[in-house]
Design a protein around this ligand. Structure first.
Ligand code: CAO
Length: 416
């Protein structure tokens, strides 16, 4: 089956997570992604947190599937020459080096545009160009702090908290992928490439927009009625951490189920959606709450929302998280078990949909990784193993017109 991005050639000058997540997505959808790595070492994640000696770490394999690997020292003149050839033939160059690294290498936007005016140059940086922190190098948790996620995550009596979800890295990569696809469509109309830049701070903030909403509401009225601090606690002039409260207008909380005393994940998330109040009362065996003025409306319920949650927990005490959800789903109540990585890894539905896939790898045997979370009616993205360091060097160089002797010479000077 032909894939929509087949024929799009991408120079993947990315490392760690933010950039590789973007190019992996484009590779799943058919792009020819050539990862350019430093000879001898490659992407730092090949060695980070290894679980098998001498085999690429899962950190690398899970972010670089479906790609080719070309080793190239782009600081050597011979390496620069190869890169220039590749640039002339490519549609996109993606990079997430520290600020200024590409310029220092001699490949500024102006130079790249001169070499190939049709090429799209896509970059991830910690902060956007011109920002007063635009000289900073940035990793995931730094971005979560700079983008507003940390100050609004966690409990009110604890410190700012980092999310396990890669809001700074993979999320920024997804934004960049959207930018690249948009620029490719734009190029169809104008014939010209352009620069696409995404900052990690901006991408985190884009996902924290409801907190920016709350800041404005707080400044106008002085309180946020869906937060646990309302009405008994105090508000300052900044959006507080709301624990496990729902970010939208639906109150919700993580509630204990049978076995919580020994299993740290024996919980469900329970949402009290306004119009589901009647089915909730019926499910809980509390029909008297349906028309009770103290419970009937969301506003009336809010002052004793934690007393309501306690009642629900009493109902949950003899039910596992799975049993509880099986009952509540019949009443159309939005809820889910708190699932562990072990449960997700073995979930038959996720295996069947291709969201979690097992991939054979030359050195590791097989490993589990994520497949495309985007599903298409006419295409099923197939996940293939990440490349070994330099696995495709000869193939890529030959495709650029280098002879066996040329390749030997490049190896002699350690340019590949
Ligand atoms: N050949 C020769 N040199 C190469 C090369 C190659 N194939 N690939 C990279 N290099 C060089 C770069 O040119 C750079 O050299 P100079 O600094 O001497 O000009 C050098 O390697 C280091 O690049 P770097 O600054 O990107 O690497 P770092 O480990 O110091 O920093 C990171 C890593 C992630 C903090 C930084 O790249 C960064 O801030 N990136 C932008 C934000 C980002 O994407 N962060 C998310 C990472 S995922 O958590």
């Amino acid at each position: 089956m032909s894939k929509p991005l087949e024929g799009i050639k991408i120079i993947d000058f990315t490392h760690v997570q933010a950039g590789p997540a973007c190019t992996q997505l484009l590779a799943w959808f058919g792009a020819d992604v050539i990862k350019v790595e430093r000879p001898g070492s490659g992407d730092v994640t090949r060695n980070q947190l290894r679980d098998i000696p001498d085999a690429d770490a899962l950190y690398f394999t899970m972010l670089n599937s479906n790609k080719k690997s070309l080793t190239l020292d782009t600081k050597k003149p011979e390496g620069k020459e190869v890169l220039e050839k590749l640039i002339r033939e490519s549609d996109v160059l993606v990079e997430n080096f520290g600020p200024g690294a590409l310029d220092r290498m001699g490949f500024s936007w102006e130079r790249l545009n001169e070499l190939n005016p049709k090429m799209i140059v896509a970059s991830v940086k910690g902060f956007s160009d011109g920002h007063h922190y635009d000289d900073l190098k940035v990793y995931e948790n730094v971005a979560q702090c700079a983008g507003g996620a940390a100050s609004t995550t966690g409990f009110w009596d604890g410190p700012p908290t980092i999310s396990a979800a890669a809001l700074g890295d993979s999320n920024t990569g997804m934004h960049l992928a959207i930018g690249i696809l948009t620029a490719l469509l734009g190029r169809d109309k104008t014939g010209k490439g352009q620069k696409v830049a995404v900052s990690m701070q901006d991408s985190v903030l884009n996902l924290c927009r409801v907190k920016l909403r709350d800041q404005q509401r707080l400044e106008r009225v002085g309180y946020l009625e869906e937060y646990p601090q309302y009405p008994h606690g105090e508000f300052s002039d900044v959006v507080p951490r709301g624990g496990n409260a729902g970010g939208g207008g639906q109150p919700g909380w993580v509630l204990k189920c049978k076995g919580w005393e020994t299993d740290p994940n024996a919980y469900i998330y329970f949402t009290i959606q306004g119009h589901a109040w009647e089915p909730i009362c019926k499910a809980l065996g509390k029909p008297e709450w349906i028309d009770d003025p103290a419970y009937k409306t969301a506003e009336a319920r809010q002052p004793h929302i934690f007393e309501i949650f306690k009642t629900i927990e009493a109902w949950l005490a003899d039910k596992t998280k799975f049993e509880a959800v099986d009952i509540l789903r019949k009443f159309d109540i939005p809820c889910a078990p708190v699932l562990t990585m072990k449960e997700l890894a073995n979930d038959p539905s996720l295996r069947a949909s291709g969201t979690i896939v097992e991939v054979p790898h030359k050195k590791r045997g097989s490993y589990l990784t994520v497949g495309s979370p985007i599903k298409f009616s006419d295409m099923k993205p197939e996940v293939t193993a990440s490349p070994l360091l330099g696995e495709h060097t000869d193939e890529v160089l030959a495709s650029l017109g280098y002879s066996q002797q040329d390749i030997f010479n490049l190896r002699e000077v350690k340019a590949v």
